[in-house]
Ligand binder design. Structure first.
Ligand SMILES: Cc1cc2nc3c(=O)[nH]c(=O)nc-3n(C[C@H](O)[C@H](O)[C@H](O)COP(=O)(O)OP(=O)(O)OC[C@H]3O[C@@H](n4cnc5c(N)ncnc54)[C@H](O)[C@@H]3O)c2cc1C
Length: 367
């Protein structure tokens, strides 16, 4: 059994999944964060805002992401089989306005990579394509009920013996180890940095930026199928059912470097119009065929900032100097999961746990 005391900075889906894997491997683990899963939603904390579904966006340009997503699908599938209450299978419809790529580009396209592990995958026949759609596919995907999944990770972490601490907003990575909330943090052997968008100032890493996502959440418990429509230039619409609450998440938008935390009425209108065209069943049964977006039962207009990073996820070992103590501690950076933090969480957490193991053994070999 490995030994070592690890402090994880961040209690989003990335910090908690990583902390759980580290506990399972026998380490002593503390998580320290400004925002915790049960807190009211705030713009600086991304995880509570996500839809979310497991529908990979990996292509041949990022096979590491494909592997993380594939592994996470495997882990979440077994969590469903064990009766997890916040994960559900659903039938997913994927529509593309562009023609299907050919040759090598087709082999590693987003849909072809998903065909390698999604059950019930098949390409859609021409007669199944809505107007304006040139190709598409259907398969079994996973829905993640984020309002309950995130707190369930915190519960699992604490049941495994982990300790969760709230801290103030930190101004440096090293202050995570001198946080006044617990003296035990100061004796960490490794710090794991899962601070999401916070890494922009904490590291600091100027490759990190927000990608603003606006959502409209409606009540429509009769909608069971997930749908995505992707057009040229990154225009896309999606429908993510939440079977547990009967809500359905409508999106989407991806505005790079936009920090605006407030929902914009023009965007909310655009999302409702496009999603209603994609899924007329969003309307209550008595309004179908004649209703408009004003007949949608809106529960919430929401905005979240995806912690995006040029070059993708940073998974890297480094060292951090402890202010005023003249020593440094290994740090494993694990942030920058953009719009795919849930669907890559377990694969990415396992890779981070490997880096922790390597950091500990290289530290010990130097003693
Ligand atoms: C609208 C929207 C839809 C999305 N849909 C999906 C989807 O369908 N599928 C999917 O896989 N992903 C989706 N995502 C992306 C997903 O939500 C993110 O990738 C994920 O939540 C990132 O998690 P994280 O743990 O890295 O960051 P966060 O959840 O932001 O957590 C960061 C943690 O670090 C702490 N922290 C940061 N800075 C400091 C500081 N200075 N001091 C102390 N603590 C600090 C915070 O308090 C927090 O605990 C979506 C995101 C949005 C916004």
């Amino acid at each position: 059994m490995p030994t070592g005391h690890i402090v994880v900075l961040g209690a989003g889906v990335i910090g908690l999944s990583t902390a759980i894997r580290l506990l399972e491997q026998g380490y002593e683990v503390d998580v320290v964060a400004r925002d915790l899963p049960q807190d009211p939603k705030s713009i600086a904390f991304t995880s509570p805002w996500a839809g979310a579904h497991h529908v990979s966006v990996a292509t041949g340009a990022d096979m590491r992401m494909h592997e993380f997503d594939k592994r996470t699908f495997e882990v979440m599938s077994s969590m469903i089989e064990q009766g997890h209450e916040s994960l559900f299978y659903c039938t997913q419809m994927e529509y593309r306005e562009q023609p299907r790529p050919t040759g090598e580009a087709d082999e590693t396209s987003q849909l072809s990579l998903m065909s390698r592990y999604h059950p019930d995958f098949r390409w859609l026949d021409a007669h199944e394509l809505p107007e304006g759609i040139q190709h598409g596919a259907t398969f079994k995907a996973i829905l993640i009920d984020t309002p309950t999944y995130l707190p369930s990770l915190a519960t699992q972490f604490e049941k495994l013996g982990g300790r969760l601490h709230r801290c103030e907003s930190l101004s440096s990575l090293s202050s995570a180890l001198s946080s006044s909330s617990s003296p035990s943090l100061a004796r960490a052997d490794v710090l794991v940095n899962c601070s999401g968008l916070g890494a922009w100032t904490l590291v600091p890493d100027d490759k990190v930026f927000p990608t603003r996502g606006q959502l409209v959440i409606v009540r429509a418990p009769w909608v069971a199928e997930g749908k995505t429509r992707l057009g040229p230039g990154g225009v896309y619409d999606y429908i993510i059912p939440r079977p547990k609450s009967g809500h359905v998440v409508l999106g989407g938008c991806a505005e790079k470097n936009n920090w605006d935390p407030k929902p914009r009425p023009d965007m909310a209108r655009r999302i409702k119009e496009r999603c209603l065209a994609l899924c007329p069943k969003l309307l209550p049964p008595d309004k179908r065929g004649r209703g408009t977006i004003d007949d949608l039962d809106v529960v919430e207009d929401a905005v979240g900032l995806r912690p995006t990073r040029e070059g993708g996820i940073r998974l890297e070992a480094d060292r951090v100097r402890i202010e005023g103590e003249g020593r440094d501690v290994p740090v494993v950076h694990h942030y920058g999961h953009g719009g795919y933090g849930y669907q890559s969480s377990w694969g990415s957490a396992e890779a981070a746990a490997e880096l922790v193991k390597a950091a500990l053994s290289s530290g010990r070999s130097k003693l």
